[in-house]
Write a protein that binds this ligand. Sequence first.
Ligand code: SF4
Ligand code: SF4
Length: 154
Amino acid sequence: MRKEKCLIPNKLILTAIKMSLNKEKENKFSEWFGVPRKEIPWYPKIDPGVCVGCGLCAVVCGRNVYSYDFASKRPVIVNPYNCLVGCTTCANLCPTGAIEFPSVEVVREVIRKYKVFLKVKESLINKYRGKYVKLIEEYRMEQEYEKKKAEEIK
Ligand code: SF4
Ligand code: SF4
């Protein structure tokens, strides 16, 4: 039997996959504990007079906040709101101290204003629910075993 040939070029398929992955990534960072990420002014700023263009910030950031312009040999902030709220890794590692962040008080204010702890509690339960369910189930089985043993001795 003759195999049907796919008429969509591989390049197009790859582009579509890339676009959908990017969209997924974008959505992933669009909120922080239910707070629209754009309401939180937490992202790096580069002092161009101090940056030496080593590129370390662009390489270490795992959230694509930076790109690197090979023409000017300088990093570029392309997705500021992808920055992980409270993270300062790139600033800590920058060899010349060219990266600045706002005061962490900005984040604390957001936590208070949006009652972030309510969402944190939900996340805690979701994160550890499986673990506790297992522990409770084990405990329940232990109790049953002890009860059975006690009845056998009677
Ligand atoms: S790590 Fe610092 S010096 Fe290096 S490119 Fe980034 S901002 Fe510039
Ligand atoms: S602080 Fe962290 S998440 Fe934000 S840009 Fe720097 S390395 Fe990326």
